[in-house]
Ligand binder design. Structure first.
Ligand code: GDP
Length: 602
């Protein structure tokens, strides 16, 4: 894969001496090569990048131009911002038309997300009065003046991120709900991190303005602290004061959403072949599979054939959010369709095919190629980051940082920032989220959706988080010593980090009695509670959930009098650990082996 050729990054011009230093070749040798190429230059003379690159090539070194890398990085940033619109990027700009923005509602629990969605639905749903009863199909269109806005109906960043983790686009705009009587809360900050990781612009709705405890000034202040400076504080963030109960301010909120949409080129080609994303799916006993699709591009028509994720079919009937039969749906329209053979998964993408038969054939081909229909994004491991950097595919390493308490988090963040600053020409660190507490499923989903790595300091990894990480190939790295964490990240920034050592837990023993032995030191008379204890394992000593010592070798392992290689759960044994004597009754001894290499799925 990655070639073993050395690579240097060089500025547009540099002196001969600087070049020699950069490639670690003595100046005379460099000058010889220059002369051989017809250039007579003194040690301190400036040469341009192209000349330097020729010299490098002579020494088998590949030179990359700093400025073109920076340019590339800029382009990449722009491309990332376009991620959501990628679908449309293959279109001729002439064919593109403005389409309704797709909006997701994020924020802290109980701050009024559902109420706001319900109120907008009740008051603004397109042709709500004339149509049937609105039904939940995962999204609905609201009207503002003569324009429309599509709201995703499942609030919260979990849904949003789960979709992104499957490779689907999240939304064009995130409305961040903050209750006026409660202010910015931890989940609010989490939601901001998710929206930023997805490069989705944020409009803030300060809800519950009808309550006596509402304090808009204070919320504005808190928003400014998380770098969402309100427009009327000379910032860039549109902050609208609303009430989901009285409806106050909702028209202004819709206006703000549309203004944001106009600033962000929310467009599609209605004439293209229809494509989009699956929002939901269920099996109806009488109608078969009903899937809710959100059309992103083109116009989906009744009778069209589709593939969606791993399934296919021909649309027999199509319904809008008011449960009315419709024959066609343009960009940003959510529709419930009948006719797919099986249930697709939320977040799967769908695309038009010529016929149902062609769809089935395509799926078959994809299965044979081992391609995933859902198009799950490949998560990134630390080891991949540098390979991508070398090939010019990335300039940054995105991290989600979790620490045991605030006092350790801040120094870690400060040091990481410094590492990144010191590595200006190389990979830059981008902290998507930093928080205290154990590593949870949400962190892993954010990582999977954003190609990030989860970095833990002295924290636990939830078992679900571990499972999701394994299945999505997300790299979780956990450290117990800040210095080691920083050292490893620094190595990673230079592409030098060894593959992670993987710990495989063998078993757990409880110390029941401590015997002293003048020759080998203390022996822990122990009872094996889980798994096995093995002579060749490593051990750590735990007391009251704290790790007292780690990485210890087993000095001796005895059953009654005999040396043994292994003791199973339910038996007693005598354990001596090399260089460790401080056993106490009740201590837990955890045994593990360390394997070298990449985690499965990584
Ligand atoms: P979610 O968890 O963010 O979806 O919050 P909900 O929409 O379920 O609202 C939580 C509680 O706050 C409910 O009891 C709502 O009735 C109440 N609530 C939501 N919005 C408002 C509002 O604008 N004004 C008042 N007074 N109560 C609200």
């Amino acid at each position: 894969m990655a070639e073993e050729q050395r690579v240097v990054i060089l500025p547009d011009s540099l002196t001969v001496r600087e070049l020699a230093d950069s490639i670690e070749i003595i100046v005379i040798e460099v000058m010889k090569v220059l002369i051989a190429n017809g250039i007579v230059a003194s040690i301190n003379q400036e040469i341009d990048f192209d000349t330097a690159a020729i010299v490098c090539a002579e020494f088998g070194i590949e030179a990359l131009s700093q400025s073109s890398l920076a340019e590339q990085a800029q382009k990449e940033e722009a491309a990332q911002a376009q991620e959501w619109r990628q679908v449309y990027s293959e279109e001729d700009p002439e064919d593109l038309e403005r389409r309704p923005p797709i909006v997701t509602i994020l924020g802290h629990v109980d701050h009024g997300k559902t109420t706001l969605l319900d109120t907008i639905r009740k008051t603004q749903v397109v042709e709500g009065e004339a149509g049937g009863i609105t039904q939940h199909i995962g999204a609905y269109r609201a009207r503002h003046g003569d324009r429309q806005i599509t709201f995703l109906d499942t609030p919260g960043h979990e849904a949003f991120t789960a979709m992104r983790a499957r490779g689907a686009h999240g939304a064009d705009i995130a409305v961040l709900v903050v209750a006026a009587d409660d202010g910015v809360m931890p989940t609010t900050r989490e939601a901001i991190a998710h929206a930023r990781a997805a490069n989705v612009p944020i409009v803030v709705a300060v809800t519950k303005m009808d309550l006596p405890g509402a304090n808009l000034e204070q919320v504005n202040q808190q928003l400014a602290e998380v770098e969402l400076v309100p427009v009327n504080w000379d910032g860039n963030t549109m902050v609208e004061a609303v009430s989901g109960i009285t409806g106050e301010g909702i028209e202004d909120l819709l206006e703000a959403i549309l203004l944001t949409s106009d600033d962000n080129d929310v467009v599609a080609n209605p004439a293209a072949r229809p494509s989009g994303v699956v929002l939901e799916a269920e099996v109806d006993p009488s109608r078969g599979v009903i899937a809710t699709l959100l059309v992103l591009n083109g116009r989906l028509k009744r009778g069209d054939s589709l593939i969606a994720g791993r399934t296919s079919g021909r649309i027999k009937a199509m319904f809008d959010e008011s449960n009315r039969r419709i024959n066609a749906a343009g960009p940003s329209t959510p529709v419930a369709v009948m006719g797919l053979a099986e249930m697709p998964e939320p977040g799967d993408s769908f695309e038009w095919v010529k016929s149902d038969k062609a769809g089935r054939r395509l799926l078959q081909e994809r299965r044979e190629d081992g391609q995933q229909g859902g198009g799950r994004m490949e998560a990134l491991t630390l080891d991949d980051v540098f390979a991508r950097f070398r090939s010019g595919d990335t300039r940054e390493l995105a991290l989600i940082v979790k620490a045991d308490y605030q006092g350790s988090l801040q120094p870690i963040l400060d040091s990481l920032e410094k590492l990144s600053d010191d590595n200006r020409d190389g990979i830059q660190l981008r902290i998507l989220q930093a928080d205290i507490g154990s590593i949870g499923e949400n962190d892993v989903n954010l990582a999977a959706a954003s190609n990030a790595i989860v970095v833990g300091f002295n924290v636990d990894v939830d078992s679900t988080a571990r499972r999701v990480a394994d299945s999505q190939g997300v790299d979780i790295r956990n450290w117990k010593i800040i210095y080691n964490l920083l050292e490893d990240i620094e190595l990673a920034l230079h592409g030098l980090l060894e593959p992670e050592d993987i710990e495989e837990r063998l078993g757990l023993a409880e110390v029941r009695q401590v015997f002293s032995n003048s020759r080998v030191g203390n022996i822990a008379g122990s009872y094996v509670r889980e798994g096995t204890v093995q002579r060749n394992a490593r051990a750590r000593v735990l007391r009251d959930d704290r790790v007292l010592a780690d990485g210890l070798r087993v000095g001796s392992l005895k059953r009654v009098r005999d040396d043994v290689r292994e003791v199973r759960a339910g038996f007693e044994c005598g354990i001596n650990l090399e260089r460790y004597n401080d056993f106490q009754e009740g201590d837990l001894l955890e045994f593990y082996v360390v394997r070298r290499g990449s985690r499965p799925g990584a």
